[in-house]
Design a protein around this ligand. Structure first.
Ligand SMILES: [Zn+2]
Length: 108
């Protein structure tokens, strides 16, 4: 009889946890329109920061806030991924800089 629990062993390695990717559907949610529904694998290089206008009803004025988006290579619609990415705004390029680099997708 073994009373002690076995130590955790890695039986099969997963993907490199330092390289962040995640699958997102192109929905246009919080973004620039109605998405096409494509399923995209999004990496850090595909993300950019936008400033968007917000109506603060309690202060009765407009302000701006930052949001993180990716852009669908199929239809060009942007989808917000605000709370689902582990990066700070300062770690990601602004949209203008991201576009100036030709976007994050290979071959574009
Ligand atoms: Zn799309």
């Amino acid at each position: 009889m073994e009373d002690e629990e076995a130590a955790t062993k890695v039986l099969k390695k997963g993907r490199d946890p330092k390289v962040w990717t995640r699958k997102f559907a192109c929905t246009g949610r919080g973004g620039s329109g109605k998405g096409c529904g494509a399923l995209l694998q999004v990496g850090k290089e595909d993300l950019f920061v936008v400033r968007e206008q917000t109506w603060y009803s309690y202060e009765e004025e407009y302000g701006t806030k930052s949001a993180v988006r990716f852009r669908c290579p199929e239809c060009g619609v942007e989808t917000a991924v605000m709370s689902e990415v582990p990066f700070r705004f300062s770690e990601l390029p602004k949209r203008s800089a991201w576009l100036a680099k030709g976007g994050g997708y290979e071959g574009r």
